[in-house]
Design a binder for this molecule. Sequence first.
Ligand SMILES: Cc1cc2nc3c(=O)[nH]c(=O)nc-3n(C[C@H](O)[C@H](O)[C@H](O)COP(=O)(O)O)c2cc1C
Length: 322
Amino acid sequence: MTASPKIYFAPFQGITTHLFREVYARHFSGVDKLFTPYFSNFEVGCKLPLKQMTALKNQSENGVEVVPQVLSKSAGEILWLAKCCEELGFKELNWNLGCPYPQVAKKKRGSGLLPYPEMVDEILEKVFREINIAFSIKCRLGYASADELDALIPVFNRFSISELTLHARIGKQLYSGQPDLDAFAEAISLIKAPLAYNGDIFTPEDWHHFSERYPSIQLLMLGRGILRNPFLPAQIKGLALPDNPQAIVYQFVDELYHAIRHQRNDNPSVLNAMKEYWSYLCEFFDEPLRVFRKIRKSKNFRDFEEAVADIFDSLYHRQFLI
Ligand SMILES: Cc1cc2nc3c(=O)[nH]c(=O)nc-3n(C[C@H](O)[C@H](O)[C@H](O)COP(=O)(O)O)c2cc1C
Protein backbone atom coordinates (compact mmCIF):
# COMPACT_ATOMS: atom_id res chain seq x y z
CA MET A 1 0.00 0.00 0.00
CA THR A 2 1.50 3.33 -1.06
CA ALA A 3 0.95 6.65 0.77
CA SER A 4 -1.45 8.99 -0.97
CA PRO A 5 0.19 11.92 -2.72
CA LYS A 6 -0.78 15.57 -2.81
CA ILE A 7 -2.62 16.02 -6.08
CA TYR A 8 -2.54 19.09 -8.32
CA PHE A 9 -4.95 19.72 -11.18
CA ALA A 10 -2.84 20.74 -14.19
CA PRO A 11 -3.70 23.87 -16.18
CA PHE A 12 -5.39 23.60 -19.60
CA GLN A 13 -5.62 26.78 -21.65
CA GLY A 14 -9.22 27.12 -22.84
CA ILE A 15 -10.59 24.35 -20.60
CA THR A 16 -9.76 24.78 -16.90
CA THR A 17 -11.12 28.32 -16.79
CA HIS A 18 -12.27 29.92 -13.53
CA LEU A 19 -15.81 28.61 -14.20
CA PHE A 20 -14.50 25.10 -14.77
CA ARG A 21 -12.40 25.20 -11.59
CA GLU A 22 -15.30 26.55 -9.58
CA VAL A 23 -17.84 23.97 -10.76
CA TYR A 24 -15.31 21.11 -10.64
CA ALA A 25 -14.25 21.83 -7.05
CA ARG A 26 -17.88 21.89 -5.94
CA HIS A 27 -18.54 18.36 -7.20
CA PHE A 28 -15.29 16.43 -6.80
CA SER A 29 -12.76 15.88 -4.04
CA GLY A 30 -9.11 14.86 -3.83
CA VAL A 31 -7.41 17.84 -5.46
CA ASP A 32 -5.02 19.91 -3.29
CA LYS A 33 -4.22 22.74 -5.72
CA LEU A 34 -5.82 24.03 -8.90
CA PHE A 35 -3.50 25.72 -11.43
CA THR A 36 -4.83 28.41 -13.76
CA PRO A 37 -3.97 28.29 -17.46
CA TYR A 38 -1.09 30.64 -18.18
CA PHE A 39 -1.36 34.42 -18.31
CA SER A 40 0.74 36.23 -20.88
CA ASN A 41 0.81 39.51 -22.78
CA PHE A 42 -0.26 41.84 -20.00
CA GLU A 43 1.01 45.37 -19.68
CA VAL A 44 3.44 45.94 -16.85
CA GLY A 45 2.33 48.77 -14.58
CA CYS A 46 -1.27 48.76 -15.83
CA LYS A 47 -4.27 47.34 -14.06
CA LEU A 48 -4.94 43.79 -15.24
CA PRO A 49 -7.62 43.69 -17.95
CA LEU A 50 -11.13 42.64 -16.92
CA LYS A 51 -10.75 39.19 -18.50
CA GLN A 52 -7.68 38.43 -16.41
CA MET A 53 -9.20 39.94 -13.26
CA THR A 54 -12.22 37.70 -13.73
CA ALA A 55 -9.99 34.67 -14.20
CA LEU A 56 -8.21 35.60 -10.94
CA LYS A 57 -11.39 36.29 -8.99
CA ASN A 58 -11.04 33.41 -6.55
CA GLN A 59 -7.93 32.49 -4.58
CA SER A 60 -9.52 29.18 -3.65
CA GLU A 61 -12.42 27.06 -4.85
CA ASN A 62 -14.39 25.17 -2.24
CA GLY A 63 -11.33 25.29 0.04
CA VAL A 64 -8.85 24.24 -2.66
CA GLU A 65 -6.00 26.70 -3.29
CA VAL A 66 -5.77 28.26 -6.75
CA VAL A 67 -2.30 28.95 -8.19
CA PRO A 68 -2.00 31.44 -11.07
CA GLN A 69 0.48 30.65 -13.83
CA VAL A 70 2.60 33.02 -15.91
CA LEU A 71 4.17 32.47 -19.35
CA SER A 72 6.95 34.99 -19.86
CA LYS A 73 10.67 35.48 -20.43
CA SER A 74 10.68 38.87 -18.74
CA ALA A 75 11.46 39.18 -15.02
CA GLY A 76 9.63 42.52 -15.06
CA GLU A 77 6.44 40.89 -16.35
CA ILE A 78 6.68 38.02 -13.90
CA LEU A 79 7.22 40.39 -10.98
CA TRP A 80 4.33 42.57 -12.10
CA LEU A 81 1.94 39.62 -12.20
CA ALA A 82 3.34 38.37 -8.87
CA LYS A 83 2.56 41.76 -7.31
CA CYS A 84 -0.99 41.74 -8.72
CA CYS A 85 -1.47 38.18 -7.42
CA GLU A 86 -0.07 39.12 -4.00
CA GLU A 87 -2.51 42.03 -3.75
CA LEU A 88 -5.37 39.71 -4.70
CA GLY A 89 -4.37 37.32 -1.90
CA PHE A 90 -2.70 34.48 -3.84
CA LYS A 91 0.11 32.66 -2.05
CA GLU A 92 2.01 31.30 -5.05
CA LEU A 93 2.80 32.08 -8.67
CA ASN A 94 3.80 29.31 -11.08
CA TRP A 95 6.18 29.88 -14.01
CA ASN A 96 5.39 28.01 -17.21
CA LEU A 97 8.59 26.55 -18.69
CA GLY A 98 6.73 23.73 -20.35
CA CYS A 99 4.50 25.09 -23.12
CA PRO A 100 5.64 23.17 -26.22
CA TYR A 101 3.84 24.96 -29.04
CA PRO A 102 6.30 26.15 -31.72
CA GLN A 103 4.83 29.67 -31.93
CA VAL A 104 5.52 30.05 -28.17
CA ALA A 105 8.78 28.08 -28.00
CA LYS A 106 10.43 29.86 -30.91
CA LYS A 107 10.11 33.12 -28.96
CA LYS A 108 12.08 31.49 -26.10
CA ARG A 109 9.02 31.19 -23.92
CA GLY A 110 7.63 28.07 -22.22
CA SER A 111 9.77 25.03 -23.01
CA GLY A 112 11.56 27.19 -25.64
CA LEU A 113 13.53 28.77 -22.77
CA LEU A 114 14.89 25.45 -21.48
CA PRO A 115 17.91 25.34 -23.84
CA TYR A 116 19.06 28.70 -22.39
CA PRO A 117 19.98 28.06 -18.73
CA GLU A 118 21.85 31.37 -18.51
CA MET A 119 18.64 33.25 -19.40
CA VAL A 120 16.67 31.20 -16.86
CA ASP A 121 19.32 32.05 -14.26
CA GLU A 122 19.15 35.77 -15.03
CA ILE A 123 15.35 35.82 -14.80
CA LEU A 124 15.28 33.84 -11.55
CA GLU A 125 17.97 36.10 -10.05
CA LYS A 126 15.80 39.17 -10.68
CA VAL A 127 12.54 37.50 -9.67
CA PHE A 128 13.87 36.15 -6.35
CA ARG A 129 15.33 39.54 -5.46
CA GLU A 130 11.84 41.04 -5.22
CA ILE A 131 9.07 38.45 -5.13
CA ASN A 132 6.98 38.25 -1.93
CA ILE A 133 4.96 35.11 -2.65
CA ALA A 134 6.03 31.52 -3.29
CA PHE A 135 7.41 30.94 -6.78
CA SER A 136 7.07 27.49 -8.34
CA ILE A 137 8.00 26.16 -11.78
CA LYS A 138 6.34 23.76 -14.20
CA CYS A 139 8.77 22.53 -16.82
CA ARG A 140 9.68 19.72 -19.18
CA LEU A 141 12.90 17.71 -19.44
CA GLY A 142 14.10 20.05 -22.17
CA TYR A 143 12.99 21.46 -25.49
CA ALA A 144 14.99 19.45 -28.05
CA SER A 145 16.66 16.94 -25.71
CA ALA A 146 16.30 15.66 -22.15
CA ASP A 147 20.02 16.46 -21.65
CA GLU A 148 19.07 20.13 -21.35
CA LEU A 149 17.93 19.42 -17.82
CA ASP A 150 21.56 18.73 -16.74
CA ALA A 151 22.46 22.39 -17.11
CA LEU A 152 19.16 23.64 -15.70
CA ILE A 153 19.21 21.74 -12.41
CA PRO A 154 22.17 23.66 -10.91
CA VAL A 155 20.38 26.89 -11.90
CA PHE A 156 17.10 25.81 -10.28
CA ASN A 157 19.04 24.71 -7.17
CA ARG A 158 20.45 28.21 -6.62
CA PHE A 159 16.98 29.54 -5.78
CA SER A 160 14.30 28.67 -3.25
CA ILE A 161 11.77 27.46 -5.79
CA SER A 162 8.76 26.41 -3.73
CA GLU A 163 7.96 23.38 -5.92
CA LEU A 164 9.10 22.10 -9.29
CA THR A 165 6.70 20.12 -11.45
CA LEU A 166 8.37 18.08 -14.15
CA HIS A 167 6.36 16.90 -17.14
CA ALA A 168 8.56 14.01 -18.21
CA ARG A 169 8.60 14.84 -21.93
CA ILE A 170 10.62 17.25 -24.07
CA GLY A 171 8.94 20.20 -25.77
CA LYS A 172 9.40 18.81 -29.28
CA GLN A 173 7.31 15.78 -28.33
CA LEU A 174 4.27 17.98 -27.65
CA TYR A 175 1.99 15.37 -26.05
CA SER A 176 3.02 12.37 -28.15
CA GLY A 177 5.22 9.41 -27.32
CA GLN A 178 5.90 8.17 -23.82
CA PRO A 179 7.11 10.16 -20.81
CA ASP A 180 10.83 9.50 -20.27
CA LEU A 181 10.77 7.99 -16.80
CA ASP A 182 14.49 7.21 -16.81
CA ALA A 183 15.34 10.87 -17.36
CA PHE A 184 12.83 11.81 -14.64
CA ALA A 185 14.40 9.27 -12.26
CA GLU A 186 17.87 10.73 -12.83
CA ALA A 187 16.58 14.15 -11.79
CA ILE A 188 14.94 13.01 -8.55
CA SER A 189 18.00 13.04 -6.32
CA LEU A 190 19.53 16.11 -8.01
CA ILE A 191 16.67 18.61 -7.70
CA LYS A 192 16.56 20.46 -4.38
CA ALA A 193 13.01 21.84 -4.66
CA PRO A 194 10.07 19.58 -3.73
CA LEU A 195 9.47 17.65 -6.95
CA ALA A 196 6.09 16.89 -8.49
CA TYR A 197 5.63 14.37 -11.29
CA ASN A 198 3.43 15.08 -14.31
CA GLY A 199 2.69 12.93 -17.36
CA ASP A 200 0.28 10.21 -18.45
CA ILE A 201 -1.15 9.13 -15.11
CA PHE A 202 -4.63 8.13 -16.26
CA THR A 203 -5.73 5.50 -13.74
CA PRO A 204 -5.11 4.67 -10.06
CA GLU A 205 -3.08 1.68 -11.33
CA ASP A 206 -0.80 4.01 -13.32
CA TRP A 207 -0.10 5.89 -10.10
CA HIS A 208 0.45 2.72 -8.07
CA HIS A 209 2.99 1.43 -10.58
CA PHE A 210 4.70 4.81 -10.67
CA SER A 211 4.86 5.20 -6.91
CA GLU A 212 6.17 1.67 -6.41
CA ARG A 213 9.03 2.61 -8.70
CA TYR A 214 9.57 6.11 -7.27
CA PRO A 215 8.30 6.06 -3.68
CA SER A 216 9.96 9.37 -2.80
CA ILE A 217 7.60 11.28 -5.12
CA GLN A 218 4.65 12.49 -3.10
CA LEU A 219 3.47 15.35 -5.32
CA LEU A 220 1.48 14.45 -8.40
CA MET A 221 0.10 16.76 -11.08
CA LEU A 222 -2.74 15.22 -13.06
CA GLY A 223 -4.03 16.66 -16.31
CA ARG A 224 -5.84 14.67 -18.95
CA GLY A 225 -6.46 11.94 -16.37
CA ILE A 226 -8.85 14.26 -14.50
CA LEU A 227 -10.41 15.59 -17.69
CA ARG A 228 -11.16 11.98 -18.65
CA ASN A 229 -12.26 10.83 -15.21
CA PRO A 230 -13.08 13.59 -12.72
CA PHE A 231 -13.01 11.07 -9.85
CA LEU A 232 -9.37 10.13 -10.48
CA PRO A 233 -7.88 12.22 -7.61
CA ALA A 234 -10.38 10.71 -5.13
CA GLN A 235 -9.69 7.21 -6.45
CA ILE A 236 -5.92 7.64 -6.14
CA LYS A 237 -6.37 8.84 -2.56
CA GLY A 238 -8.76 5.99 -1.76
CA LEU A 239 -11.56 8.41 -0.82
CA ALA A 240 -15.14 7.20 -0.74
CA LEU A 241 -16.85 7.63 -4.10
CA PRO A 242 -20.54 8.47 -4.47
CA ASP A 243 -22.99 5.62 -5.15
CA ASN A 244 -24.13 7.43 -8.28
CA PRO A 245 -20.96 8.65 -10.03
CA GLN A 246 -22.63 9.12 -13.40
CA ALA A 247 -25.31 11.36 -11.87
CA ILE A 248 -22.61 13.52 -10.29
CA VAL A 249 -20.79 13.80 -13.61
CA TYR A 250 -24.09 14.71 -15.27
CA GLN A 251 -24.72 17.50 -12.72
CA PHE A 252 -21.19 18.74 -13.20
CA VAL A 253 -21.32 18.96 -17.02
CA ASP A 254 -24.82 20.41 -16.93
CA GLU A 255 -23.82 23.18 -14.49
CA LEU A 256 -20.64 23.86 -16.40
CA TYR A 257 -22.53 24.16 -19.69
CA HIS A 258 -25.10 26.57 -18.27
CA ALA A 259 -22.44 28.62 -16.50
CA ILE A 260 -20.46 29.02 -19.74
CA ARG A 261 -23.62 29.87 -21.70
CA HIS A 262 -24.46 32.52 -19.13
CA GLN A 263 -20.94 33.95 -19.17
CA ARG A 264 -20.80 34.08 -22.98
CA ASN A 265 -24.38 35.31 -23.47
CA ASP A 266 -25.26 32.18 -25.43
CA ASN A 267 -22.54 32.78 -27.98
CA PRO A 268 -22.26 29.71 -30.27
CA SER A 269 -18.57 29.39 -29.22
CA VAL A 270 -19.92 27.66 -26.08
CA LEU A 271 -20.42 24.55 -28.22
CA ASN A 272 -16.75 24.48 -29.23
CA ALA A 273 -15.67 24.85 -25.61
CA MET A 274 -17.92 21.98 -24.53
CA LYS A 275 -16.84 19.81 -27.46
CA GLU A 276 -13.21 20.31 -26.51
CA TYR A 277 -13.89 19.19 -22.95
CA TRP A 278 -15.99 16.24 -24.14
CA SER A 279 -13.09 15.09 -26.34
CA TYR A 280 -11.52 14.07 -22.98
CA LEU A 281 -14.62 13.29 -20.92
CA CYS A 282 -15.86 10.75 -23.50
CA GLU A 283 -13.19 8.41 -22.04
CA PHE A 284 -15.26 8.22 -18.86
CA PHE A 285 -17.77 6.08 -20.75
CA ASP A 286 -17.18 2.61 -21.99
CA GLU A 287 -17.69 3.57 -25.66
CA PRO A 288 -15.72 6.81 -25.92
CA LEU A 289 -15.75 7.10 -29.70
CA ARG A 290 -19.48 6.62 -29.92
CA VAL A 291 -20.04 9.12 -27.13
CA PHE A 292 -17.79 11.74 -28.67
CA ARG A 293 -19.32 11.27 -32.12
CA LYS A 294 -22.73 12.18 -30.67
CA ILE A 295 -21.34 15.34 -29.08
CA ARG A 296 -19.26 16.35 -32.08
CA LYS A 297 -22.22 16.17 -34.43
CA SER A 298 -24.28 18.73 -32.51
CA LYS A 299 -24.73 21.97 -34.42
CA ASN A 300 -26.71 24.01 -31.91
CA PHE A 301 -27.58 24.08 -28.20
CA ARG A 302 -30.64 21.86 -28.64
CA ASP A 303 -28.67 19.17 -30.49
CA PHE A 304 -26.00 19.34 -27.82
CA GLU A 305 -28.43 19.02 -24.91
CA GLU A 306 -30.14 16.08 -26.62
CA ALA A 307 -26.79 14.39 -27.22
CA VAL A 308 -25.79 14.78 -23.56
CA ALA A 309 -29.18 13.54 -22.33
CA ASP A 310 -28.96 10.59 -24.69
CA ILE A 311 -25.46 9.69 -23.51
CA PHE A 312 -26.47 9.70 -19.85
CA ASP A 313 -29.79 7.91 -20.51
CA SER A 314 -28.52 5.24 -22.82
CA LEU A 315 -25.23 4.62 -21.10
CA TYR A 316 -26.51 5.00 -17.58
CA HIS A 317 -26.65 1.29 -16.87
CA ARG A 318 -23.45 0.38 -18.63
CA GLN A 319 -20.22 -0.24 -16.94
CA PHE A 320 -18.41 2.98 -16.05
CA LEU A 321 -14.68 3.12 -15.97
CA ILE A 322 -14.34 3.90 -12.29
C1 LIG B 1 -5.10 21.82 -24.62
C2 LIG B 1 -4.01 21.88 -23.60
C3 LIG B 1 -3.78 23.08 -22.91
C4 LIG B 1 -2.76 23.16 -21.95
N1 LIG B 1 -2.54 24.36 -21.30
C5 LIG B 1 -1.52 24.45 -20.40
C6 LIG B 1 -1.25 25.66 -19.69
O1 LIG B 1 -1.92 26.69 -19.83
N2 LIG B 1 -0.20 25.66 -18.82
C7 LIG B 1 0.58 24.55 -18.59
O2 LIG B 1 1.52 24.58 -17.79
N3 LIG B 1 0.30 23.38 -19.22
C8 LIG B 1 -0.70 23.31 -20.11
N4 LIG B 1 -0.97 22.11 -20.70
C9 LIG B 1 -0.22 20.90 -20.29
C10 LIG B 1 -0.95 20.16 -19.13
O3 LIG B 1 -1.09 21.01 -18.02
C11 LIG B 1 -0.18 18.88 -18.69
O4 LIG B 1 1.12 19.25 -18.30
C12 LIG B 1 -0.09 17.85 -19.80
O5 LIG B 1 -1.38 17.53 -20.30
C13 LIG B 1 0.60 16.55 -19.31
O6 LIG B 1 -0.05 16.03 -18.19
P1 LIG B 1 -1.07 14.78 -18.31
O7 LIG B 1 -0.34 13.68 -19.04
O8 LIG B 1 -1.41 14.44 -16.88
O9 LIG B 1 -2.24 15.27 -19.12
C14 LIG B 1 -1.96 22.02 -21.67
C15 LIG B 1 -2.21 20.82 -22.35
C16 LIG B 1 -3.20 20.74 -23.32
C17 LIG B 1 -3.41 19.43 -24.04
